[in-house]
Design a protein around this ligand. Structure first.
Ligand code: FES
Length: 236
């Protein structure tokens, strides 16, 4: 039975049904219509200051690897091996020149290029086009005041336009001190056993107060589920 979404909110009385927290159908629609299309916060650039620094997070339920490559450019990829879809990087943050999948050993540079395929000659007869099977990037990645955002939607409006008047609030916080904001410390995590058992995370702590982050489940969901889950046809 389809849920009456409008009936869950009584704007006149200012009441919201508690079903919004547990309704699977609503959650699926959020993944499809919000998390697969909107600009989503990934991390602060101060969390990956050096070449090779990386940070792993989620967009909706899709695992994401945010990494500053050896040349200093920032990227955000699906954190999924292009061979058989194994989770590529299991660490929450760190520094690496390359990432090797624990399943069959495919290796990717920190700019996403596929550089190592074991048994390339024997298993693939040298026919695998490695340049086609690099890590899958997000559709758009942008930065506002050091905050990295990404979207899976290539047609999404530019980040600045999307943020609109919200930038006033961001400016008020991030321009408060000369020199800007730096995220320091590690990561605090809680496992919330209620509802869908989402891990509740606080990614680091800005110098001047706490900034809570989102709640995500592991897995590969998102809008374009073929991305990252797609595998080479030649795989043995
Ligand atoms: S799934 Fe990653 S190398 Fe096979």
């Amino acid at each position: 039975m389809e849920t009456d979404m409008l009936g869950l909110v009584d704007a006149e009385k200012g009441l919201v049904s508690r079903r919004i927290f547990i309704e699977p159908e609503l959650y699926e629609r959020e993944l499809e219509q919000i998390f697969a299309r909107c600009w989503l916060f990934l991390c602060h650039e101060s969390q990956i200051p050096q070449p090779g620094d990386f940070f792993t997070t989620y967009m909706g339920e899709d695992p994401i690897l945010v990494v500053r490559d050896t040349a200093g450019q920032m990227h955000a990829f699906l954190n999924v091996c292009r061979h058989r879809g194994n989770r590529l990087c299991r660490a929450e943050f760190g520094n690496a020149a390359s990432f090797t999948c624990a399943y069959h050993g495919w290796t990717y540079r920190n700019d996403g290029r596929l550089t190592g395929v074991p048994y390339l000659k024997e298993a693939y007869h040298n026919e695998l086009e490695r340049e086609r099977w690099g890590l899958a990037p997000v559709a758009q990645l942008d930065n506002y005041k050091g905050l990295l955002f990404a979207t899976f939607d290539p047609t999404a409006p530019p980040l600045r336009e999307y943020l609109g008047e919200m930038t006033w609030y961001l400016d008020a916080f991030f321009d408060r001190r000369e020199g800007g904001v730096e995220v320091i410390g590690g990561m605090h995590k809680w496992i919330n056993a209620v509802a869908r058992q989402w891990p509740l995370r606080h990614r680091g702590r800005p110098r001047h107060g706490r900034r809570p982050a989102g709640c995500r489940d592991p897995g590969l969901r998102g809008g374009d589920r073929s991305r990252g889950a797609e595998t080479p046809r030649l795989t043995p």
